[in-house]
Design a binder for this molecule. Structure first.
Ligand code: NAP
Length: 405
């Protein structure tokens, strides 16, 4: 059982933790948090895709019961995708940190829920692709999905004590709007022409957050904010009409909740993912963390807010349209985005081809309204194949130019 149970009672042993994606940005920071509080947390299982050297170093330091390397061989490690499910369902695991990128997150999340584990969710694609199934399963199992994304952690913290049941999946009461903040990414002031010329190196240089490549590019296109709107819908059981986005360039206000009487609660802090990671692990406690920088309230500074520009950043609009259409549209959105971001990073397409190709994939998508897991797997497979074919069919840029609207 968890060291701190969700009913607030202390248990005697540290919370057993599995980290799926331990070699990534979130995974490494989660291990930092765990190393800071060895009396509270213990690593039981680690899983990664192919970073064998780093995974071996983590295993040597934290001595987990189970290590999984999905692609490749490593002494003492389980191989293959089923290893992530084994890590997520290990009997000594109390809480599973889902920190893999993309579509790799949703199947182990479901396995962890079915095995009665608590979930700390960084992987937003899990809810974007399979939110309807995961939310139902989590409710049925009584699993609280603890958000790691800083925006959702902010909202989670703001709705504490607002008449929300322990499982926030039942939806907060008295809420008029959830307002997700966005940094706006490195190109928030760029012209349309400048956006056409953005290189992978420029897109990977995020002004405030240090993250893995896929989420960094998603932040630059604002697709990330679209995926987060869908994540918030499933996490907090709030309709899309009550979800909004505002650009907050300093990344100090992590998100806000506006109540029916016009009162607005916000959560603020330095942009450091170890804060929401630690809160998700230690919930409902705010543990000390001496390594983290504090807000410097002794100097003057300004906080700026502005609306997002849907013309220059069509990915946010595309995500909202997919969300409103429902069914498997959001799975198609996520799978298409994962493929086109990979193609952008490998130099096959340009930055503004990302929204063009996602738009193309959504237009040709044949939706299933109440999808099963098998439907979602098939949408993932078919969407990726179609997008890959589209990219591969023509030389760089030429494949998509004529579909430009
Ligand atoms: N980074 C952030 O600040 C941040 C903030 C909010 C939300 N998130 C979300 O958190 C998730 C992870 O982001 P990240 O920035 O940490 O990504 P990242 O740095 O790219 O790390 C991804 C991790 O997942 C592993 N992985 C990828 N595919 C896998 C598979 N099929 N099976 C098992 N492991 C797999 C990778 O292993 P290898 O190293 O072996 O490839 C790596 O450990 C994303 O969904 C992102 O949107 C991230």
């Amino acid at each position: 059982m968890n060291h701190m149970q969700d009913n607030g009672q202390r248990a005697s042993r540290p919370t057993g933790i599995a980290i799926l994606g331990s070699t990534g940005s979130i995974g490494v920071q989660t291990l930092d948090v765990i190393a800071t509080h060895p009396e509270r947390f213990r690593v039981v299982a680690l899983a990664a895709r192919r970073s064998a050297e780093l995974l071996a170093a983590q295993a040597a330091r934290f001595r987990p019961e189970l290590v999984c390397l999905c692609e490749g061989e490593m002494e003492g490690a389980v191989s293959g995708a089923e290893g992530t499910v084994a890590a997520a369902t290990h009997p000594e695991v109390d809480l599973v940190v889902v920190a893999t990128t993309g579509a790799a997150g949703w199947e182990p999340t479901l396995a962890a829920i079915a095995a009665g584990k608590q979930i700390a969710l960084a992987n937003k694609e899990a809810l974007v692709m399979a939110g309807s199934v995961i939310a139902v399963e989590a409710r049925r199992a009584g699993a609280v999905l603890r958000p790691i994304d800083s925006e959702h952690s902010a909202i989670w913290q703001c709705i504490q004590g607002e008449g929300v049941a322990e499982s926030h999946l039942s939806g907060p009461r008295g809420v008029r709007r959830l307002i997700l903040t966005a940094s706006g990414g490195p190109f928030r002031d760029a012209s349309r022409e400048e956006l056409e010329r953005v290189t992978p190196e420029q897109a990977l240089a995020h002004p405030t957050w240090k993250m893995g490549p896929k989420v960094t590019v998603d932040s630059a296109t604002l697709m990330n904010k679209g995926l987060e709107l869908i994540e918030a819908h499933w996490l907090f059981d709030v309709p899309y009409e009550k979800l909004d986005v505002v650009v907050q360039p300093q990344s100090i206000v992590h998100s806000m909740v506006e109540f029916e009487d016009g009162s607005v609660k916000a959560q603020l802090g330095v942009p450091d993912m170890r804060v929401p990671i630690q809160y998700a692990l230690a919930y409902p406690d705010h543990l000390p963390y001496s390594d983290l920088p504090d807000m410097d309230w002794s100097r003057a500074f300004a906080l700026e807010f502005r609306p997002p520009d849907h013309e220059r950043f069509p990915c946010l609009r595309l995500a909202m349209e997919a969300a409103m259409l429902g069914g498997t549209y959001t799975a198609a959105l996520s799978s298409a985005d994962e493929e086109v971001v990979a193609a952008f990073l490998s130099g096959e397409i340009g930055f503004m081809d990302i929204p063009r190709l996602v738009d193309w994939a959504l237009e040709r998508h044949a939706p299933v309204q109440e999808p099963t897991l098998e439907d979602i797997r098939e949408v993932d497979r078919a969407t990726r194949a179609a997008v890959r074919e589209r990219i591969g069919a023509s030389a760089r840029y030429a494949a998509v130019r004529h579909t430009e609207r």
